[in-house]
Design a protein around this ligand. Structure first.
Ligand code: 1DF
Ligand code: MN
Length: 345
């Protein structure tokens, strides 16, 4: 791994879980209290599978101390932007979720205070109570110094384009901080065919669910209502950058012909919002062709590096991005300055 690059590698989608959250997950699994099929599949795997990989991930999730710093040093990561692991607090009842988000944000702020040059963080929020979520985002940004919010995609089958979540979008816009829409397993309404072949998780189901979420926001007109709202998507945009041309053609056609009452006429083509309101990260997509494609179609100033620690902790992968066939200034933007600008580090 090179150490002479002359800029910092900032990793922007790096997960942690508080002891309190992991215990709440274990309780939910043990009680069989969760009727969320995707949660049972995902956290059932990470918290009860006895393999070496899952035990290593689970142990690292809870560690915001020396082990994480040592792992960052071993992979040349100067800074992690930390966020609560998926599905965050979004599987719990509203009151429990509001409390868990608040204490997770306090713990995150304490870890950042202990390692201010190595960590920054995004706020956990509980969309189950939109007004409390907006307030918590404001507290986390203005009092705790966090840099935005993480929303682990759907909340019990509901998406941020639902008007009831408007206060959350308004708060992010007013605070001028991004919302990172991170993957979650598909909701109960869409998970069955994924589960039948074990495709509900990060292998593919995450991207389908999260790409859908982002596209729902776009076609709902959310960015005409909140034109300065910034959304970050991981995994090179969850497939959406590849679809721009056909989304514009088909969405434009269905709006012009009045096919759906639920599809308002937008000020711009759908792709406009995906270019102007969205930022993208690599998170575990250590593969040159799609990285270069996203830089080409979205712009060099829109793509940021992410490792997806501890779920994807493969030290050699930084060699792939170090060797991207792009100019030095563009590589510096990818690893460092885009993240500094988007997250106001
Ligand atoms: C996995 C991947 C899990 C990602 C994650 O959080 C996660 C996984 C529970 O591999 O199961 O954030 N990911 O972003 O790709
Ligand atoms: Mn992730």
């Amino acid at each position: 791994m090179r150490t002479d690059l002359g800029f910092k590698r900032i990793a922007t989608e790096e997960a942690f879980g508080t002891k309190e959250l992991m215990k709440a997950y274990r309780d939910l699994l043990a009680r069989k209290g969760s009727d969320d099929i995707g949660f049972n599949s995902l956290m059932g795997y990470y918290l009860t599978n006895p393999s070496e990989r899952t035990r290593a991930v689970a142990a690292r999730l809870e560690d915001l101390g020396q082990r994480r710093i040592d792992d960052m040093d071993a992979t040349g990561i100067a800074m992690q932007i930390l966020s609560i692991t998926s599905p965050g607090v979004q599987v719990f009842g509203a009151d429990q979720a509001v409390g868990l988000a608040r204490s997770a944000n306090d713990e995150l702020a304490a870890a950042i205070a202990a390692h201010p040059t190595r960590y920054a963080g995004l706020a956990a929020i509980a969309p189950q109570n939109p007004q409390a979520a907006a307030k918590e985002l404001e507290r986390a940004v203005t009092k705790l110094g966090l840099k935005g919010a993480i929303v682990n995609s759907h909340t019990q089958g509901e998406y941020l384009d639902d008007p009831k979540f408007g206060d959350i979008l308004a708060a992010a816009e007013a605070l001028d901080v991004p919302i990172y829409i991170h993957p979650n397993t598909p909701s109960n309404a869409m998970i069955k065919p994924f589960m039948e072949r074990g495709l509900d998780g990060a292998v593919f189901g995450f991207a389908v669910e999260t790409g859908l979420h982002a596209l729902r926001l776009v076609v709902s007109g959310a960015f005409d209502r909140f034109p300065r709202l910034k959304i970050v998507l991981g995994h090179l945009g969850e497939g959406l950058p590849y679809w721009l041309f056909r989304i514009d053609f088909m969405h434009g056609g269905s709006v012009r012909s009045g096919r759906y009452a639920s599809q308002p006429k937008l000020k711009y083509a759908a792709s406009h919002y995906l270019r102007e309101n969205f930022y993208y990260t690599t998170s575990g997509m250590a593969w040159t062709p799609p990285i270069r494609y996203v830089q080409d179609v979205m712009g060099m100033d829109r793509l940021m590096y992410a490792m997806d620690y501890p779920y994807q902790f493969v030290p050699e992968e930084v060699n792939v991005t170090d060797e991207l066939p792009i100019a030095y200034e563009d590589l510096k933007a990818f690893y460092q300055t885009n993240a500094e600008r988007v997250f106001k580090l």
